[in-house]
Design a protein around this ligand. Structure first.
Ligand SMILES: [Zn+2]
Length: 553
């Protein structure tokens, strides 16, 4: 048991997300080419390590980086890399054309074009930046982008209805001359909405919520209706339609869209659409592992690789559902965060032959990880993609933000992680000990603490609460006053599960919700290798900053 009580100057030495964000911020602000300020898209870490550019270096990478750098600052308060951030923000605005869309530069083969993946990432960057800084020129760019998206959307309606109530984009890339063919949907050449309109819905909804921009909500509503009711991109059982016109069932594109549609459903009080998202989530969960590894797509070699982007979509949707009638997903989100997200963050770089590249990418997240290895041994894709570095940071932020809910007098502890806020601090001894300590900084009525799904409720012990009851998976603690210190204790499970990823099986050894070992282990840069846990918790001579974000995702 702990010899020092937690509090100022002593934090249990367990997973602390803001510390992970500090090192992620390092990677986010160092994956840039100093020659011209353009982000690198990929890094290959084995053989002769190298960095490479691609056509994703424009709105896609820049928007995601601008967003995630802001999120890392919300968590840490760090000023590291301010100059790089300033350059990226300037670059983001510079890529806008007069028509309101954000363009990739012309290349040898193509004219300048506005890619729909880019428009979503650009909006993600602008909305996060605006929430943090409130700059008028940022809102102006976002307003213009919403107006442009509205202008170029193809608007259709059910033949029996008078109104045009589903909107979409007929192709992934728009040029100054317009769409390649405006009627592709009738020719059977329709693009997957996950690659065009559906993925934009999340930032559109947040932008509407923050500024009241009505174009943004109308776009979100009509894109969601197209995806759910007309596109055929998802089957009735929630599975992905991966027919030819829908490419390979790219997991990130599908799930970023479903998480976005859930966000829309909540903003528009659309319970039917929220249930649709929950059905797709249930199906998607069955395609991966309990610890957060999912295939990056449903075809070819991609079934063996995992994109951090897809994991973070699964975390985001799990959180949205956890808050809104599906509390059973909280335990799952915690397993995803404690395991594949935390375990795959690149912290030990000694195995990378090029010291300069290794140093730049400290804190990055993998682009194509195997369940047991940072580097996948199938195919020879690069090991890191900048989209995933940004997404991994977003995953840290989402877990950190939603670990605790504070609403009026009420506080919920949703994720059992160290977290300090102005209303309460949470100290977690998991996985070594089943012990959660809460310091209340004000009266809380009630304080609810989620208990993991593998705990026998009869064996939970509470110290320091006047009344104790249950609300589903939450312990409901009453009469908590400012200054109180409470403890919730329970036995920690130790178990071994067999997990299937593509056609391979792995044995995972768990303590609580944390994997201590995976068998077979990886060969290049094994995940979980450094996680020995002797069942005791030490304390760091440290204290957590009591932070609450100004940015809301
Ligand atoms: Zn990615």
């Amino acid at each position: 048991m702990a010899d020092t009580p937690p509090g100022d100057g002593a934090v249990p030495d367990t997973l602390t997300l803001e510390n992970r964000a500090t090192v992620a911020l390092h990677a986010l602000t160092n994956c840039i080419d100093e020659e011209d300020g353009r982000p690198y898209m990929t890094a290959d870490l084995t053989g002769a390590p190298s960095l490479a550019h691609s056509s994703w270096d424009y709105g896609s990478s820049v928007g995601r980086l601008v967003s995630s750098i802001a999120l890392a600052r919300e968590m840490t308060g760090s000023d590291a890399g301010r100059e790089v951030e300033r350059d990226l923000r300037e670059r983001l605005l510079d890529m806008f054309a007069d028509d309101g869309l954000n363009y990739r530069e012309a290349s040898e083969h193509t004219e300048p074009r506005a890619n729909m993946h880019d428009q979503r990432s650009v909006l993600l960057g602008l909305v996060t930046w605006y929430m943090q800084a409130g700059d008028d020129d940022v809102a102006a760019a976002a307003d213009d982008l919403c107006a442009a998206l509205r202008r170029i959307a193809v608007k259709e309606g059910h033949p029996h209805l008078a109104k045009q109530d589903f909107w979409y984009f007929p192709a992934v890339e728009y040029t100054a001359d317009g769409w390649p063919s405006p009627d592709t949907i009738y020719l059977g050449l329709a693009t997957d909405p996950a690659h065009t309109s559906a993925r934009m819905i999340g930032p559109l909804v947040r932008y509407h919520e923050v500024t009241g921009n009505d174009d943004a909500l109308e776009l979100a509503r009509n894109f969601a209706r197209h995806t759910v009711e007309y596109s055929g991109a998802f089957n009735d059982d929630g599975s992905f339609n991966d027919g030819v016109e829908f490419r390979t069932g790219h997991f990130h594109s599908r799930m970023v869209s479903v998480a976005a549609i859930a966000r829309y459903a909540l903003a528009d009080d659309n319970a039917k659409t929220l249930n649709w998202a929950a059905t797709v989530y249930d199906w998607a969960l069955r395609q991966g592992t309990e610890f957060g590894w999912f295939p990056s797509a449903l075809r070819e070699d991609y079934v063996h690789k995992h994109e951090t982007c897809a994991l973070v979509d699964m975390i985001e949707l799990g959180i949205l559902l956890g808050h809104n009638g599906y509390p059973e997903h909280w335990g799952r989100v915690e397993r995803f965060v404690r395991n594949h997200l935390a375990a795959s963050q690149l912290r030990d770089t000694n195995w990378i032959a090029d010291g300069e590249i290794a140093d730049r990418l400290r804190g990055a997240f993998p682009g194509w990880a195997a369940p047991n290895d940072f580097v996948c041994d199938v195919g020879d894709d690069p090991d890191i993609m900048t989209c995933c570095v940004a997404a991994g940071t977003r995953g840290l932020f989402l877990a950190w933000r939603h670990a605790v809910t504070i609403a009026d007098e009420r506080a919920d502890v949703n994720l059992l992680l160290n977290r300090a806020t102005p209303a309460l601090d949470v100290y977690s001894y998991l996985p070594s000990e089943g012990r959660i300590v809460v310091h209340a900084h004000r009266d809380l009525s009630p304080l609810r603490v989620r208990v993991p799904d593998w705990v026998d409720p009869e064996r939970v012990e509470v110290e320091g609460a006047a009344t104790v009851g249950w609300d589903g998976p939450f312990l409901r603690l009453g009469g908590v006053a400012e200054g109180d210190r409470l403890a919730v204790e329970f036995p920690v499970r130790e178990t071994v599960t067999t997990e299937t990823a593509a056609d391979r099986t792995f044995e995972a050894t768990w303590r609580g919700d944390t994997i201590l070992d995976i068998d077979p282990s990886g060969e290049t840069h094994p995940l979980y290798a450094a996680r020995d846990d002797d069942g005791t918790v030490s304390h760091r001579d440290d204290s957590l900053q009591r932070r609450w974000p100004t940015v809301e995702w």
